[in-house]
Design a protein. Sequence first.
Length: 423
Amino acid sequence: MKRATQKSMIWFSYFFLFLFLAASSGCSTQYVWYHPDKDDLARKQDIFDCEEKAAAYSKNLGKAGKPKIVDQHMTECMEVLGYKSVPEKSMPKAEAKQNLALTAGAMQDDIEKKMINSPYCTAAVADWCGDCWNNPANEWCCTYRKPKTKQIPDPKPDCVPKNDTSKWKYCGGCNVPVGGVIHDFCAKPPKGMGGPTNIKIRNNTKKDVNIAFVTGAEGKGDGACQDSVKMISYDWIAKNTNWCKNPTHLGGGVNAGHCTGIVPAGGSVDVKRPETGEDALKCLTGSIHLGGYSSCPEPNGFTQGEFTLNPTHTDTEAVDISLVNGVNYSMTINLPGDAWKVQYRGDKVQTIGPSAGLKGNNNKPGIFPPGCTDCILAVTGKIPCPKITPNPQCQKERICNVQRSWTGGTVEFVISDLPAFED
């Protein structure tokens, strides 16, 4: 019995030695990725792209370089692209049928054609891709949507410059799931893709409120509105509403001025543009002064809502509540759509405010606190109403503007009474 056991052990030793020698001498089977319609160049590019995505996914999970996770998502990526893992010896020698006749230049032309003809980004992804097209050089964006069954860390959008050919190939394959994230590809939309953005001013108090509707001048070399011909003026507001009267030019540009009106108790007034025509997508920038048009009315000053809508020279609309001239009413801004974000911080918001009194809690996103002309500070010697706001308590971060890379819908400014006690 003992001799039989020894013989068995010797036999197993020889068997494992044979396997080791076979493996070390190159007899183990090597597997490669194969696609019937892709040549070697395209195959290598796809492998490289999937390796990058798999590595990025493992990093997002906090498990960078974990072989099991990287291999799993590498496999998912390649299989979705139509590849199969086959023994190297059985891989067909013939080059891919579809790309056989294509030169590298022709392949590049085909990719570029697909990108140029890609669909425009929509309102649903404006909050995601907005950072991409805020840079004028970027013309495309890879977007994503989360599956319902998995919690995946948010990746960042892949912004693609027009002339960056290194990313064209990558974005040609954006419609693949990597780590459970579904990717799509879209082109930067034309300005005003969502149509004109209108304004409603609602009065939630029990008394009529006098207001001044102020429009700004064109910017000189910078800013959202640089062409006076492509701007909405104070005079246009007076002519196209039934509530804003007495248009008055303020100087500093042909469009700068104001008209005045009343928002009835419990009611509202509108600034609404036509859906089409030359006025539909003109830039509208300015502010709403509560209490009429005056300079530092004592003892409390005035609340104002500020806006830049349908910009012609940037891709970002912006709104805020400004208390730099004091406070006489509380204000809230209700925002249309899902693309609004707090500047610099990136938090998504759909409402700004409500603002509080001179001594209340105004350290909220989208609010310039009393006297704080620069959001995080009051510039010495430039406080608009120093008697009304002598001790400004400013924001700790630059979160005074809320913006979006889209247009359309109605921005609603809501007027309310100040709280009886400071919050």
